[in-house]
Design a protein around this ligand. Structure first.
Ligand code: FES
Length: 106
């Protein structure tokens, strides 16, 4: 069993289109996960940092959401264009990207 340095969970929960809660799957989370996995693999980092799909993380209004453990960094409204910065700052280092941080309690 590999010992990963970090786990990144990306919510891919799907709700019906008219759901008042919304969902991350309709905000591009599947593509986010694919992009993150692909970029980590291209850098040879996929054996060190594990990306997983997650069900609802309980922060639906902030979707698309992700959480990075063990630091417990919660990000919301994540776009594919944020992935490179997330890798460089929050995955390879422990730096928090303030604009993506979900600040309020969920
Ligand atoms: S649907 Fe993604 S956090 Fe709830």
């Amino acid at each position: 069993m590999p010992a990963y340095k970090k786990h990144i969970f990306i919510c891919e929960h799907l709700r019906p289109e008219n759901s008042p809660k919304g969902c991350c799957a309709r905000k591009g989370s599947e593509n986010l996960k694919k992009a993150l996995k692909s970029k980590l693999a291209a850098k040879g980092l996929n054996k060190t940092y594990r990306t997983n799909s997650a069900g609802c993380l309980g922060a639906c209004k902030h979707g698309a959401t992700m959480v990075i453990y063990p630091q417990s960094i919660w990000y919301g409204h994540v776009q594919e264009s944020d992935i490179d910065e997330i890798i460089e700052k929050s995955i390879l280092q422990d730096e928090v990207i303030e604009r993506l941080l979900i600040i309020e309690k969920i």
